[in-house]
Design a protein around this ligand. Structure first.
Ligand SMILES: C[S@@+](CC[C@H](N)C(=O)[O-])C[C@H]1O[C@@H](n2cnc3c(N)ncnc32)[C@H](O)[C@@H]1O
Length: 162
């Protein structure tokens, strides 16, 4: 019987613990995934960085277009699912289990996020520090405060940093 409590406790830690540093797991819907990739407008071989990659849905859609992808995910269960789901793409997809606020961000042409409003100012600051070369930020659902999006589509906002 104790294993039931251990299991429930473990799941709660994995899925609720992330609330201390980021958004909970809510997957982006398929039409929005397609719209996000359209806004990011990357060519095959370019790199998309996903901050909080969940179950790997966006990574897979991007990889199918020939895009290199790196996804950070803090929830170990989701990180494992994303890794398993993207294994077939080999080195084209890199899933990293960890807190993206505390890890180095690899060179990328675009970033995709689905976070929470309270993290958007911090994300904006990080993007400004990170943008050694021009970079696009695509945010689902939430805007960067005091910054004008270059484009909007289906609840997604595209920002340009340089
Ligand atoms: C709203 S969900 C979006 C999932 C996925 N990006 C999608 O669009 O389907 C946010 C994800 O970010 C992860 N996350 C939140 N904060 C994080 C952090 N600081 N580091 C790594 N992952 C984080 C959560 O575990 C969750 O899976």
């Amino acid at each position: 019987m104790i294993w039931v409590f251990v299991l429930i406790g473990g799941l709660l830690i994995c899925f609720c613990g992330v609330l201390l540093v980021g958004a909970p797991y809510v997957p982006t819907l398929k039409p929005q995934v397609a719209a996000a990739l359209e806004l990011a407008d990357l060519k095959a071989g370019q790199t998309l960085l996903e901050l909080g990659c969940g179950d790997g849905k966006v990574l897979i859609a991007a990889a199918q277009q020939g895009i290199q992808v790196v996804g950070y995910e803090l929830n170990p269960i989701l990180a494992l699912i994303a890794w398993l789901r993207t294994r077939r793409y080999g080195p084209q997809v890199h899933v990293i289990w960890g807190n993206f606020w505390q890890r180095p961000w690899p060179q990328a042409e675009a970033i995709f996020v689905f976070l929470l409003p309270k993290y958007m100012p911090k994300l904006d600051k990080k993007c400004m520090q990170y943008a050694h070369s021009p970079i696009k930020l695509v945010s689902f659902a939430f805007e960067v405060p005091n910054k004008k999006p270059v484009r909007q589509k289906a609840g997604l906002y595209l920002y340009a940093y340089s």
